[in-house]
Write a protein that binds this ligand. Structure first.
Ligand code: PCA
Length: 326
């Protein structure tokens, strides 16, 4: 209740300053993000906000509300769409229930390294922008997570070893993947991971070395198997209505800072991969190179899922894959 009141106060305050900005005065944008402060995505967004403030001489201030503190992750996209906030970040493939194209980057074993992920994003961004435009949203930038690995409480040598395990999922695609490998998925947001393991709600997960190390995975798992299954992305979107209210110079500053953030974020992500695996190792997690048998089994599930994805994604999906494969 108290939280809600504070939130309302913050929002009406923001609405007021946005109103003033149209008269040529300073504006403040509240920006909800889903992940904790120490996440490199959040760090990158804090830099982005600083860049905007500096470039506009304080005409636009972006106030970052991390870890789902202003809006919970599942609400962020619609909060921007509905005009409650002008800008926000979320996990792009969460929108796969709206259109399968949004989920391309979470398809198991479609794009598994940074180069492929970049090609996939180049093939995907036009369609994503078109679909978001229909909702009054414009993408500002997108940054990949490190390749996704497998966290378990025992060594996993084959897909069969995953049968019956309570599995943490973060989107519908991972939920399907978990079911197909015989595990039992439950949706858990990043800030809730340690507790979900501590209480036994989940026993295994697939996520990046970043999220694993930041969640102190060594407290609740013993093995990290480096399966590099996919390279999913976060996206930052702005409401077109809010963007149009800015004067031209401020708009240009936002777009320039966004382009810089996309590049910086990619470099941060690449750097994280080995750094965070090392941190897990230092804390006693056993880092495993997956067996050929495990990879064959997992990839077979991925191939099956891609066929379903192609059916769901229709003409847009076909175009995306054509662009990706060339
Ligand atoms: N971390 C986020 C999304 C992908 C990742 O590496 C998560 O685990 O929810």
């Amino acid at each position: 209740m108290k939280m809600r009141k504070n939130m309302m106060a913050a929002l009406s305050c923001a609405a007021l300053t946005v109103g003033l900005a149209t008269a040529g005065q300073a504006a403040t944008w509240d920006m909800p993000t889903p992940y904790p402060d120490k996440t490199f995505h959040t760090q990158n967004i804090i830099e982005f906000a600083k860049d905007v403030e500096t470039a506009t001489g304080g005409a636009l201030t972006i106030k970052v509300h991390s870890a789902g503190s202003l809006f919970k992750h599942p609400e962020i996209k619609n909060a921007v769409r509905g005009g409650q906030v002008p800008v926000g970040e979320f996990f792009l493939s969460r929108l796969s229930n709206e259109h399968a194209v949004f989920g391309a980057d979470s398809q198991p074993f479609l794009a598994t390294n940074y180069d492929d992920a970049e090609n996939l994003w180049n093939a995907q961004r036009g369609v994503v922008a078109k679909l978001l435009d229909k909702q009054g949203l414009m993408p500002l930038f997108s940054v990949p997570w490190p390749p996704q690995g497998l966290y378990t409480k025992k060594e996993i040598k084959t897909v069969d070893d995953l049968k019956g395990i309570k599995f943490r999922a973060y989107n519908a695609t991972l939920e399907t993947f978990a079911k197909k490998i015989g595990a039992a998925p439950t949706q858990v947001e990043v800030p809730d991971i340690p507790q979900a393991f501590a209480t036994g709600r989940v026993e295994a997960m697939i996520t990046s070395p970043s999220t694993g190390a930041n969640s102190k995975a060594w407290d609740f798992v013993t093995h990290f198997t480096d399966i590099q299954a996919w390279v999913p992305k976060n996206i930052v979107v702005v409401s077109k209505k809010a963007f149009r209210k800015l004067d031209k110079a401020t708009q240009d500053a936002v777009l320039a800072a966004a382009a810089t953030a996309e590049k910086r974020g990619l470099e941060m992500s690449k750097k994280e991969t080995s750094e965070k695996i090392q941190i897990m190792k230092d804390n006693g997690v056993i880092i495993v190179t997956p067996s050929a048998e495990l990879m064959t089994g997992l990839k077979a599930v991925g191939a099956e899922m891609l066929v379903d994805w192609q059916k769901d994604a229709g003409a847009e999906g076909e175009e995306l894959l054509k662009n990706y494969q060339k």
